[in-house]
Design a protein around this ligand. Structure first.
Ligand SMILES: C[S@@+](CC[C@H](N)C(=O)[O-])C[C@H]1O[C@@H](n2cnc3c(N)ncnc32)[C@H](O)[C@@H]1O
Length: 211
């Protein structure tokens, strides 16, 4: 759907028929559009066997348009959506435009992976991330941020699309390699994903920091 100002809207219908309307930019970096992994994770959040969002404290990394965090907020979670400085306006606009559906709370903040996370302490109940494993230089800073932000009680839900071209398989391998000493990782079986919004090549990982 076209919108003014070089934007187009991605609609995502919740199970109760209410619709999130997420603005995307026609030009800009990868965070300006909604990625498939974000849709899969957003719909998993409201699945009956999914995580309990009501009144949970949630931090999202690499939020982009904000669709995942806004879905969490619409399910009653208190969410801090984070991304680089250049995504703040888009996240804030999407939070504002979907305010009528947010029954918890949503706020947008800058968090660059690898940098100081004191502002985001104490640890949240959940850390969410969709399609954040995609370039090599970011992997060490991203894993450091997860280590700094999570306690052993924090449930990290990491959704990513498995890509088989170019450097992608190596990037995925390196992410697991960097995580293995400090985190326990379990894949959420496909039959627990939303029945409509699921795909063989999009994985949801449930991750806990080791004690
Ligand atoms: C592929 S996009 C995914 C966006 C959104 N989660 C989705 O799935 O629609 C990756 C996101 O990670 C963010 N990102 C990349 N490098 C980052 C870094 N070093 N620190 C914080 N965010 C970063 C980008 O700005 C972008 O919004």
């Amino acid at each position: 759907m076209a919108d003014n100002g070089g934007m187009f809207i991605r609609e995502l219908e919740r199970g109760d028929g209410k619709v999130l309307k997420i603005r995307q930019l026609c030009s800009g970096d990868v965070g300006c559009v909604v990625w498939d992994a974000a849709i899969v994770l957003a719909k998993y959040l409201e699945s009956p066997e999914g995580p309990r969002m009501k009144e949970a404290s949630v931090l999202e990394l690499g939020s982009g348009t904000g669709i995942v965090g806004i879905m969490a907020g619409s399910l009653g979670a208190n969410v801090i959506l984070t991304d680089l400085e250049e995504l703040q306006d888009l996240m804030k606009m999407n939070i504002d435009r979907n305010a009528d559906l947010i029954t918890g709370s949503c706020q947008a903040k800058v968090l660059k992976w690898g940098e100081d996370v004191t502002e985001f302490m104490p640890p949240s109940n959940y850390i969410l991330m969709a399609d954040c494993i995609y370039y090599e230089e970011s992997l060490r800073p991203l894993v450091k941020t997860l280590k700094d932000l999570a306690s052993p009680e924090t449930c990290i839900l990491c959704c990513y699309e498995q890509r088989t071209t170019g450097k992608n398989p190596e990037i995925e391998r390196l992410f697991f390699e960097l995580m293995k000493d400090n985190f326990e990782i379990e894949k959420v079986p496909l039959d627990k994903h939303d029945t409509e919004y699921r795909s063989e090549d999009i994985h949801i990982l449930q991750v806990y920091k080791k004690n």
